[in-house]
Design a protein around this ligand. Structure first.
Ligand SMILES: NC(=O)c1ccc[n+]([C@@H]2O[C@H](COP(=O)([O-])OP(=O)(O)OC[C@H]3O[C@@H](n4cnc5c(N)ncnc54)[C@H](OP(=O)(O)O)[C@@H]3O)[C@@H](O)[C@H]2O)c1
Length: 293
Protein backbone atom coordinates (compact mmCIF):
# COMPACT_ATOMS: atom_id res chain seq x y z
CA UNK A 1 0.00 0.00 0.00
CA UNK A 2 1.38 3.45 -0.84
CA UNK A 3 1.92 6.11 1.80
CA UNK A 4 -0.86 8.08 0.08
CA UNK A 5 -3.48 5.42 0.80
CA UNK A 6 -2.36 4.72 4.38
CA UNK A 7 -2.30 8.36 5.55
CA UNK A 8 -5.18 9.02 7.91
CA UNK A 9 -6.01 12.43 9.32
CA UNK A 10 -8.73 14.15 11.29
CA UNK A 11 -9.50 17.46 12.99
CA UNK A 12 -10.51 17.64 16.64
CA UNK A 13 -12.32 20.75 17.87
CA UNK A 14 -12.78 21.04 21.63
CA UNK A 15 -9.90 20.10 23.88
CA UNK A 16 -11.41 19.54 27.31
CA UNK A 17 -10.38 16.34 29.12
CA UNK A 18 -12.30 14.25 26.57
CA UNK A 19 -11.02 16.06 23.46
CA UNK A 20 -7.46 15.70 24.75
CA UNK A 21 -7.96 11.95 25.29
CA UNK A 22 -9.25 11.71 21.73
CA UNK A 23 -6.26 13.56 20.31
CA UNK A 24 -3.91 11.24 22.21
CA UNK A 25 -5.76 8.13 21.00
CA UNK A 26 -5.64 9.31 17.37
CA UNK A 27 -1.94 10.18 17.60
CA UNK A 28 -1.17 6.83 19.25
CA UNK A 29 -2.90 5.10 16.32
CA UNK A 30 -0.80 7.06 13.80
CA UNK A 31 -3.62 9.37 12.73
CA UNK A 32 -2.53 12.93 11.93
CA UNK A 33 -4.55 15.39 14.00
CA UNK A 34 -5.29 19.08 13.53
CA UNK A 35 -6.69 20.80 16.61
CA UNK A 36 -8.58 23.93 17.53
CA UNK A 37 -9.85 25.07 20.91
CA UNK A 38 -11.34 28.31 22.22
CA UNK A 39 -8.67 28.50 24.96
CA UNK A 40 -5.30 28.31 23.26
CA UNK A 41 -3.29 26.90 26.20
CA UNK A 42 -4.96 23.53 25.59
CA UNK A 43 -3.93 23.72 21.93
CA UNK A 44 -0.31 24.28 22.94
CA UNK A 45 -0.35 21.10 25.05
CA UNK A 46 -1.65 19.02 22.12
CA UNK A 47 0.81 20.55 19.66
CA UNK A 48 3.62 19.48 21.99
CA UNK A 49 2.33 15.92 21.65
CA UNK A 50 2.43 16.09 17.86
CA UNK A 51 -0.88 17.62 16.76
CA UNK A 52 -1.08 20.40 14.15
CA UNK A 53 -2.42 23.77 15.27
CA UNK A 54 -5.31 25.32 13.34
CA UNK A 55 -5.36 29.10 13.73
CA UNK A 56 -9.12 29.25 13.17
CA UNK A 57 -12.07 26.86 13.13
CA UNK A 58 -12.24 27.40 9.36
CA UNK A 59 -8.64 26.15 9.12
CA UNK A 60 -9.49 23.09 11.22
CA UNK A 61 -12.42 22.29 8.91
CA UNK A 62 -10.32 22.87 5.82
CA UNK A 63 -7.48 20.64 7.05
CA UNK A 64 -9.46 17.37 6.91
CA UNK A 65 -12.61 15.74 5.58
CA UNK A 66 -13.71 14.73 9.08
CA UNK A 67 -13.90 16.99 12.14
CA UNK A 68 -14.67 15.53 15.55
CA UNK A 69 -16.37 17.91 17.98
CA UNK A 70 -15.85 17.33 21.71
CA UNK A 71 -17.64 20.26 23.35
CA UNK A 72 -19.57 20.74 26.57
CA UNK A 73 -22.93 20.73 24.77
CA UNK A 74 -24.56 21.36 21.40
CA UNK A 75 -24.90 25.10 22.10
CA UNK A 76 -21.09 25.29 21.88
CA UNK A 77 -21.25 23.73 18.39
CA UNK A 78 -23.16 26.75 17.06
CA UNK A 79 -20.74 29.13 18.81
CA UNK A 80 -17.75 27.33 17.33
CA UNK A 81 -18.97 26.45 13.82
CA UNK A 82 -21.23 29.50 13.41
CA UNK A 83 -18.45 31.83 12.22
CA UNK A 84 -17.14 29.12 9.86
CA UNK A 85 -20.36 27.86 8.21
CA UNK A 86 -19.03 28.73 4.76
CA UNK A 87 -16.36 26.05 5.28
CA UNK A 88 -18.78 23.22 6.13
CA UNK A 89 -19.79 22.27 2.60
CA UNK A 90 -18.59 18.75 1.71
CA UNK A 91 -17.21 18.04 5.19
CA UNK A 92 -18.17 15.50 7.85
CA UNK A 93 -18.96 16.59 11.40
CA UNK A 94 -18.91 13.88 14.09
CA UNK A 95 -20.30 15.58 17.16
CA UNK A 96 -19.34 13.42 20.15
CA UNK A 97 -20.58 15.95 22.70
CA UNK A 98 -23.28 15.10 25.20
CA UNK A 99 -26.74 16.69 25.01
CA UNK A 100 -30.41 15.80 24.66
CA UNK A 101 -31.63 13.68 21.72
CA UNK A 102 -33.70 16.58 20.38
CA UNK A 103 -30.72 18.93 20.47
CA UNK A 104 -28.67 16.35 18.58
CA UNK A 105 -31.42 16.08 15.93
CA UNK A 106 -31.60 19.88 15.56
CA UNK A 107 -27.79 19.97 15.39
CA UNK A 108 -27.79 17.38 12.62
CA UNK A 109 -30.34 19.39 10.63
CA UNK A 110 -28.27 22.55 11.04
CA UNK A 111 -25.02 20.91 9.95
CA UNK A 112 -26.66 19.31 6.90
CA UNK A 113 -28.31 22.61 5.97
CA UNK A 114 -24.76 23.93 5.53
CA UNK A 115 -23.79 21.09 3.21
CA UNK A 116 -21.92 18.78 5.60
CA UNK A 117 -22.58 15.19 6.66
CA UNK A 118 -23.35 14.59 10.33
CA UNK A 119 -22.89 11.84 12.90
CA UNK A 120 -23.81 12.04 16.57
CA UNK A 121 -21.97 10.13 19.27
CA UNK A 122 -22.19 9.44 22.98
CA UNK A 123 -18.92 8.50 24.64
CA UNK A 124 -19.57 5.76 27.20
CA UNK A 125 -16.16 5.92 28.75
CA UNK A 126 -14.66 5.32 32.15
CA UNK A 127 -14.33 9.06 32.79
CA UNK A 128 -12.04 10.48 30.13
CA UNK A 129 -10.15 7.18 29.91
CA UNK A 130 -11.33 6.18 26.45
CA UNK A 131 -8.75 3.39 26.23
CA UNK A 132 -10.23 1.62 29.28
CA UNK A 133 -11.56 -1.83 28.23
CA UNK A 134 -15.06 -0.85 29.39
CA UNK A 135 -15.16 2.27 27.20
CA UNK A 136 -17.10 2.44 23.94
CA UNK A 137 -18.98 5.00 21.84
CA UNK A 138 -22.59 5.01 20.65
CA UNK A 139 -23.04 6.44 17.16
CA UNK A 140 -26.15 7.43 15.26
CA UNK A 141 -26.86 9.09 11.95
CA UNK A 142 -26.89 7.81 8.37
CA UNK A 143 -25.47 4.28 8.16
CA UNK A 144 -23.44 5.05 5.05
CA UNK A 145 -21.76 8.04 6.72
CA UNK A 146 -20.89 5.93 9.75
CA UNK A 147 -19.57 3.09 7.58
CA UNK A 148 -17.46 5.48 5.52
CA UNK A 149 -15.68 6.87 8.59
CA UNK A 150 -15.83 4.07 11.18
CA UNK A 151 -12.26 2.99 10.47
CA UNK A 152 -10.89 6.52 10.97
CA UNK A 153 -12.83 6.92 14.24
CA UNK A 154 -11.98 3.46 15.60
CA UNK A 155 -8.95 4.59 17.70
CA UNK A 156 -11.37 6.51 19.93
CA UNK A 157 -13.00 3.37 21.43
CA UNK A 158 -15.00 0.36 20.23
CA UNK A 159 -18.09 1.47 18.33
CA UNK A 160 -21.79 0.74 18.70
CA UNK A 161 -23.79 2.05 15.76
CA UNK A 162 -27.45 2.34 16.81
CA UNK A 163 -29.38 3.67 13.82
CA UNK A 164 -30.22 6.56 11.52
CA UNK A 165 -32.05 8.81 14.02
CA UNK A 166 -29.54 11.52 15.01
CA UNK A 167 -30.96 11.48 18.54
CA UNK A 168 -30.46 7.77 19.13
CA UNK A 169 -26.88 7.88 20.44
CA UNK A 170 -27.99 10.48 22.98
CA UNK A 171 -31.06 8.46 24.05
CA UNK A 172 -28.85 5.47 24.96
CA UNK A 173 -26.07 7.65 26.36
CA UNK A 174 -28.39 9.70 28.58
CA UNK A 175 -30.25 6.55 29.73
CA UNK A 176 -26.95 5.08 30.92
CA UNK A 177 -25.92 8.37 32.53
CA UNK A 178 -29.33 8.38 34.26
CA UNK A 179 -28.13 5.26 36.06
CA UNK A 180 -24.58 6.49 36.58
CA UNK A 181 -25.23 9.87 38.21
CA UNK A 182 -27.35 8.57 41.13
CA UNK A 183 -24.96 5.64 41.53
CA UNK A 184 -22.03 8.05 41.89
CA UNK A 185 -23.83 10.19 44.47
CA UNK A 186 -25.12 7.13 46.31
CA UNK A 187 -21.55 5.86 46.47
CA UNK A 188 -20.54 9.19 48.05
CA UNK A 189 -23.30 8.82 50.62
CA UNK A 190 -22.41 5.20 51.40
CA UNK A 191 -18.69 5.82 51.77
CA UNK A 192 -19.34 8.97 53.83
CA UNK A 193 -21.51 6.86 56.11
CA UNK A 194 -18.74 4.28 56.47
CA UNK A 195 -16.07 6.88 57.23
CA UNK A 196 -18.18 9.03 59.54
CA UNK A 197 -19.13 5.85 61.43
CA UNK A 198 -15.40 5.50 62.15
CA UNK A 199 -14.58 2.86 59.52
CA UNK A 200 -12.31 2.46 56.57
CA UNK A 201 -13.48 2.88 52.96
CA UNK A 202 -10.82 0.39 51.81
CA UNK A 203 -12.35 -2.32 53.98
CA UNK A 204 -15.81 -1.51 52.59
CA UNK A 205 -14.80 -1.42 48.91
CA UNK A 206 -14.59 -5.21 48.27
CA UNK A 207 -18.08 -5.61 49.69
CA UNK A 208 -19.40 -2.86 47.40
CA UNK A 209 -17.77 -4.61 44.43
CA UNK A 210 -19.17 -7.98 45.56
CA UNK A 211 -22.69 -6.58 45.88
CA UNK A 212 -22.48 -5.07 42.40
CA UNK A 213 -22.17 -8.63 41.05
CA UNK A 214 -25.91 -8.88 41.72
CA UNK A 215 -26.70 -5.85 39.51
CA UNK A 216 -26.81 -7.81 36.23
CA UNK A 217 -29.35 -10.14 37.87
CA UNK A 218 -31.44 -7.17 39.04
CA UNK A 219 -31.20 -5.51 35.62
CA UNK A 220 -32.53 -8.64 33.90
CA UNK A 221 -35.28 -9.08 36.49
CA UNK A 222 -36.36 -5.43 36.39
CA UNK A 223 -36.21 -5.24 32.59
CA UNK A 224 -38.65 -8.14 32.42
CA UNK A 225 -40.81 -6.61 35.17
CA UNK A 226 -40.82 -3.14 33.58
CA UNK A 227 -41.87 -4.53 30.20
CA UNK A 228 -44.88 -5.92 32.11
CA UNK A 229 -45.66 -2.60 33.87
CA UNK A 230 -43.13 -2.59 36.70
CA UNK A 231 -42.32 -4.45 39.89
CA UNK A 232 -44.77 -3.86 42.70
CA UNK A 233 -46.80 -5.42 45.42
CA UNK A 234 -48.16 -3.18 48.14
CA UNK A 235 -46.15 -5.16 50.72
CA UNK A 236 -42.92 -4.75 48.73
CA UNK A 237 -43.49 -1.00 48.31
CA UNK A 238 -44.05 -0.62 52.06
CA UNK A 239 -40.92 -2.70 52.71
CA UNK A 240 -38.90 -0.35 50.45
CA UNK A 241 -40.33 2.69 52.29
CA UNK A 242 -39.23 1.18 55.61
CA UNK A 243 -35.84 0.29 54.09
CA UNK A 244 -35.34 3.86 52.87
CA UNK A 245 -36.00 5.05 56.42
CA UNK A 246 -33.27 2.75 57.77
CA UNK A 247 -30.78 4.17 55.25
CA UNK A 248 -31.81 7.73 56.16
CA UNK A 249 -31.32 6.97 59.86
CA UNK A 250 -27.95 5.27 59.35
CA UNK A 251 -26.77 8.31 57.35
CA UNK A 252 -28.22 11.07 59.50
CA UNK A 253 -27.13 9.46 62.79
CA UNK A 254 -23.55 10.21 61.75
CA UNK A 255 -24.30 13.57 60.08
CA UNK A 256 -24.30 12.37 56.45
CA UNK A 257 -26.64 14.09 53.97
CA UNK A 258 -29.46 11.68 53.10
CA UNK A 259 -31.26 13.88 50.55
CA UNK A 260 -30.99 11.12 48.01
CA UNK A 261 -32.56 8.49 50.25
CA UNK A 262 -35.37 10.92 51.15
CA UNK A 263 -36.04 11.28 47.39
CA UNK A 264 -36.10 7.48 47.02
CA UNK A 265 -38.48 7.25 49.95
CA UNK A 266 -40.76 9.84 48.32
CA UNK A 267 -41.12 7.50 45.33
CA UNK A 268 -41.94 4.45 47.44
CA UNK A 269 -44.51 6.48 49.40
CA UNK A 270 -46.07 7.88 46.23
CA UNK A 271 -46.41 4.33 44.89
CA UNK A 272 -47.99 3.13 48.15
CA UNK A 273 -50.47 6.05 48.05
CA UNK A 274 -51.28 5.45 44.34
CA UNK A 275 -51.75 1.73 45.03
CA UNK A 276 -54.11 2.39 47.91
CA UNK A 277 -56.09 4.85 45.81
CA UNK A 278 -56.32 2.47 42.86
CA UNK A 279 -56.95 -0.65 44.92
CA UNK A 280 -54.07 -2.51 43.24
CA UNK A 281 -50.28 -2.22 43.22
CA UNK A 282 -48.87 0.71 41.22
CA UNK A 283 -45.13 0.45 40.47
CA UNK A 284 -42.59 3.27 40.69
CA UNK A 285 -41.88 2.45 37.04
CA UNK A 286 -45.49 3.26 36.11
CA UNK A 287 -45.27 6.48 38.14
CA UNK A 288 -42.09 7.54 36.36
CA UNK A 289 -43.59 6.78 32.97
CA UNK A 290 -46.49 8.99 33.93
CA UNK A 291 -48.95 6.18 33.11
CA UNK A 292 -52.53 7.21 33.71
CA UNK A 293 -54.56 4.70 35.68
N1 LIG B 1 -14.77 14.05 30.55
C1 LIG B 1 -15.42 12.90 30.68
O1 LIG B 1 -15.10 12.07 31.52
C2 LIG B 1 -16.53 12.57 29.70
C3 LIG B 1 -16.98 11.25 29.60
C4 LIG B 1 -17.98 10.94 28.69
C5 LIG B 1 -18.52 11.94 27.90
N2 LIG B 1 -18.10 13.23 28.05
C6 LIG B 1 -18.71 14.27 27.21
O2 LIG B 1 -17.77 14.70 26.24
C7 LIG B 1 -17.92 16.10 26.01
C8 LIG B 1 -16.60 16.78 26.28
O3 LIG B 1 -16.20 16.47 27.61
P1 LIG B 1 -15.14 17.33 28.41
O4 LIG B 1 -15.01 16.71 29.75
O5 LIG B 1 -13.94 17.51 27.59
O6 LIG B 1 -15.98 18.69 28.51
P2 LIG B 1 -15.58 20.15 28.97
O7 LIG B 1 -14.53 20.10 30.02
O8 LIG B 1 -16.86 20.81 29.25
O9 LIG B 1 -14.83 20.81 27.69
C9 LIG B 1 -15.27 20.71 26.41
C10 LIG B 1 -14.75 21.78 25.49
O10 LIG B 1 -15.88 22.60 25.17
C11 LIG B 1 -15.38 23.91 24.91
N3 LIG B 1 -16.50 24.85 25.00
C12 LIG B 1 -17.51 24.86 25.88
N4 LIG B 1 -18.37 25.85 25.60
C13 LIG B 1 -17.87 26.49 24.52
C14 LIG B 1 -18.31 27.59 23.76
N5 LIG B 1 -19.44 28.22 24.05
N6 LIG B 1 -17.55 27.98 22.72
C15 LIG B 1 -16.39 27.34 22.42
N7 LIG B 1 -15.93 26.27 23.10
C16 LIG B 1 -16.66 25.86 24.14
C17 LIG B 1 -14.31 24.10 25.97
O11 LIG B 1 -13.45 25.15 25.54
P3 LIG B 1 -12.48 25.91 26.57
O12 LIG B 1 -11.31 24.99 26.77
O13 LIG B 1 -12.12 27.16 25.88
O14 LIG B 1 -13.27 26.13 27.82
C18 LIG B 1 -13.64 22.72 25.94
O15 LIG B 1 -12.66 22.66 24.95
C19 LIG B 1 -19.05 16.59 26.94
O16 LIG B 1 -20.23 16.66 26.22
C20 LIG B 1 -19.09 15.51 28.01
O17 LIG B 1 -20.38 15.40 28.58
C21 LIG B 1 -17.10 13.56 28.91
Amino acid sequence: MSEQTTRRSVSVVGLGPMGQSMVKAFLAAGVEVTVWNRSTDKVDAMVELGAERAATVADALAANDVTVLSLTHYAAMYDVLGPAVDHLDGKVIANLSSDSPEKARKGGEWVRAHGAEFLSGGVMSAGDNITHPASYIFYSGPREVFDAHAELLRPLSPQEYLGADDGLAQIYYQALLTIFHPWLLAFDQATAMIEKSGHDIDRFLPFAVRSSAAYPYFMAEFSAANKAGGWATVASLKMMDAGAQHIIDASEEVGVDATFSHTAQTFWRKAVAASEEKGEAVSTYALMRGDKS
